[in-house]
Design a protein around this ligand. Sequence first.
Ligand code: GLN
Length: 233
Amino acid sequence: MTDSMIRVGVLALQGSFAEHARALRRLGAEPVEVRLPPDLTGLGGLILPGGESTTILKLMDTYELREPICRAAAEGMPMLGTCAGVVCLSTQISSHRMQPLGLMDISVARNAFGRQVESFEEDLAIAGLEGPSFRGVFIRAPIIDRCGSGVQVLSRLRNGTVVACRQNAIMVTSFHPEFVDDLRVHEYFLGMVHDRAAALNAIVADRRTGATVGGAGAPVQTGHGRGCYAEPR
Ligand code: GLN
């Protein structure tokens, strides 16, 4: 399968969705703006962009996207969350009454690096990315203050703070890879999308030949689903 055949959704309710779409296009994938549940059909993956997590979560409920996104994750659809996207995918947001999606076993503290003027950049080593360090752009970023045992840490700041991690097919970065020219984080994510597409193709091939389904193609249970159906007002 070539990149041009891979359709990757970008949640386009608010925030940096245009920048993510541009990065995907530059890598030869087809970005699809997701605003309503039917937009999720036939996607190889989904990106939750930076922006304002409060607004994004509210709009997600308004447009009834919460449950279908959680279902897609439970079926193993790869997802990438950046900055506000991390908050949306987390299991717990400290000192905040919004209910996140609960798809990654992490807790986050919103805006914990400080205000807009305290935005910063730092060169990062990211596991799985080859070559030089990656320029991390942090804008009112959340701090990931707890990672569950199934979560793999991919990158930390010099002071030890976790800034990128992965749990099965879900990856998050508290910085903004969509704001730099370096496409390696998006490339890594497209690798996850390709792996998933290959696993699904294997299931289809198995079914055609009547073989037992399981192994590589079996749906991956991601997260805990706690935020998928509850919606506090
Ligand atoms: N502070 C924002 C939030 O918690 C995230 C900021 C960003 O995405 N740059 O939603």
